[in-house]
Design a binder for this molecule. Structure first.
Ligand code: 5GP
Length: 193
């Protein structure tokens, strides 16, 4: 059994920046022991999203019960979405003890909370380059109403102001390029600690 302790990687960025696609490809490609932490949420699944894979989809009551029980490393009603999202503490600690590099795909506020506890987390901000591009992607996804798209764009504008708090920022213009850039960033921590 290995005694090594893993690393925490936080990836934030506006909804529609392509985080899920990029991280999926990164996990396929990387030779590092990366694992995605599955968050809990009260938002309903989008078509194709499986419970326990994309998220643990919880009813409001169950989510608040787990919150009261202290099960979350961080949790919040993500600004503008009206839904709760949270990182389960046990998922993170168990994987870190196993020597895994645990990837959290969380919003900017959640990231700030996690950083208070894990000050040496590797933080990466993934963004689509421009708000116009983000709008194009959100509309292309076709999963949200006009009202929700406008809300998400408003949130994105605000999130982009947090970019300086991240150690790295990556533009997702092309998925493979973004994956390559993320890989290089993570590989640099293999030797640099
Ligand atoms: P979506 O509904 O598009 O999957 O995610 C909406 C937002 O919630 C994204 O910005 C995403 O990063 C964030 N998010 C997902 N899981 C968590 C979590 O566990 N904690 C926090 N704070 N934000 C999360």
């Amino acid at each position: 059994m290995s005694n090594s302790v893993g690393k925490l990687v936080i990836v934030s960025g506006p909804s529609g920046a392509g985080k899920t696609t990029v991280l999926g490809r990164l996990l396929e490609k990387s030779s590092l022991p990366l694992t995605l932490s599955v968050s809990a949420t009260t938002r309903p699944p989008r078509p194709g999203e499986k419970d326990g894979v994309a998220y643990h989809f919880l009813a409001d009551k169950e989510f608040q019960g787990r919150r009261a029980a202290g099960d979350f490393l961080e949790c919040m009603e993500v600004f503008g979405s009206g839904y709760w999202y949270g990182t389960l503490a046990e998922t993170v600690t168990t994987s870190l003890q196993d020597g895994k590099w645990v990837v959290l795909e969380i919003d900017v506020e959640g990231s700030a909370t996690v950083l208070q506890k894990y000050t040496d987390a590797i933080t990466i901000f993934l963004h689509p380059g421009s708000l116009n591009e983000l709008e194009r992607r959100l509309r292309g996804r076709g999963t949200e109403s006009e009202e929700k798209i406008c809300k998400r764009l408003e949130v994105a504008k605000r999130e982009l102001t947090f970019i300086d708090r991240y150690r790295h920022d990556v533009t997702n213009g092309d998925v493979e390029q973004a994956v390559e850039e993320l890989s290089k960033i993570l590989d640099s921590y293999q030797t640099n600690g």
